[in-house]
Write a protein that binds this ligand. Structure first.
Ligand code: SAM
Length: 228
């Protein structure tokens, strides 16, 4: 096993979380707002890759797509997707975002919601290149990641490593705005997810001030959106 495979998050850890995932993240209004904002920025159409799809939290918002390819390296996560979305419109595939099992220029849109933060920096670079490779020229991507916000820094959250005991995953990397911009130099980056604000204000705050808030270190997550 390569060094990066050993220290990035493991599929086994995600397998273990598949059953509880929807009850946990799916009922967190801030988390759901982040997923919805990423999909809104994506402007889904044509063939869409939901890369690191988990249990398919984003799938209901991707209805404008002609076809959805849902990829994850956790077999248990994919079983949940298959049970929730039977039929041909959502095609699941087990695979790794660091070496995507698709031909160059396959997709009109690529969504990567809350996945890259579970990779070590060298793997993040590999994944960013893969995202661009599978996009058609002019195709659009939206990538959300956990933000190493001022609030988290002041509360002494880890920058990277094994997250707190409440979280079952085995590796997280929290991004500054500059680190995300280095991975996606042409992207527009906005802050998403604000725990002190009501659910109904979440998307509005991002739309009105997301860019400004990201640059000042605010927001639970960051969303990078751009075209190939
Ligand atoms: C925090 S969950 C996000 C799931 C979904 N995108 C969402 O927003 O609800 C992270 C997902 O990324 C997957 N994942 C982590 N590393 C991966 C990798 N190297 N390749 C493919 N999937 C990966 C995990 O199995 C898990 O389903």
């Amino acid at each position: 096993m390569s060094e990066s495979a050993r220290i990035s998050s493991s599929a086994t850890a995600w397998d273990g979380m598949a059953r509880e995932y929807d009850g946990d993240r799916g009922h967190d209004p801030v988390y759901v707002a982040c997923v919805r904002q990423a999909v809104a920025d994506l402007e889904p159409c044509g063939r869409v890759l939901d890369c690191g799809c988990g249990t398919g939290l984003a799938t209901p918002y991707l209805h404008a797509a002609e076809r959805i390819d849902a990829l994850d390296f956790s077999a248990r996560m994919l079983e949940v997707v298959q049970a929730k979305f039977p039929g041909h419109r959502v095609r699941t595939r087990q695979g790794d975002v660091r070496a995507l099992p698709y031909a160059d220029r396959s997709f009109d849109r690529v969504l990567v919601a809350n996945v890259l933060q579970h990779l070590v920096p060298a793997d993040q670079l590999r994944a960013a290149a893969e995202i661009r490779r599978v996009l058609k020229p002019g195709g659009r991507y939206a990538v959300t990641v956990h933000h190493f916000s001022l609030t988290k820094q002041r509360a002494h959250w880890k920058k990277q490593g094994r997250p707190g005991s409440h979280d079952g995953c085995d590796y997280i990397f929290r991004y500054t705005c500059e680190e995300l911009a280095a991975l996606f130099p042409n992207a527009r980056i906005r802050a998403v997810g604000f725990y002190r604000w009501p659910a109904r204000s979440q998307l509005l705050l991002t739309r009105l001030a997301g860019h400004w808030l990201a640059r000042r270190g605010h927001g639970h997550m960051l969303c990078a959106c751009g075209t190939r």
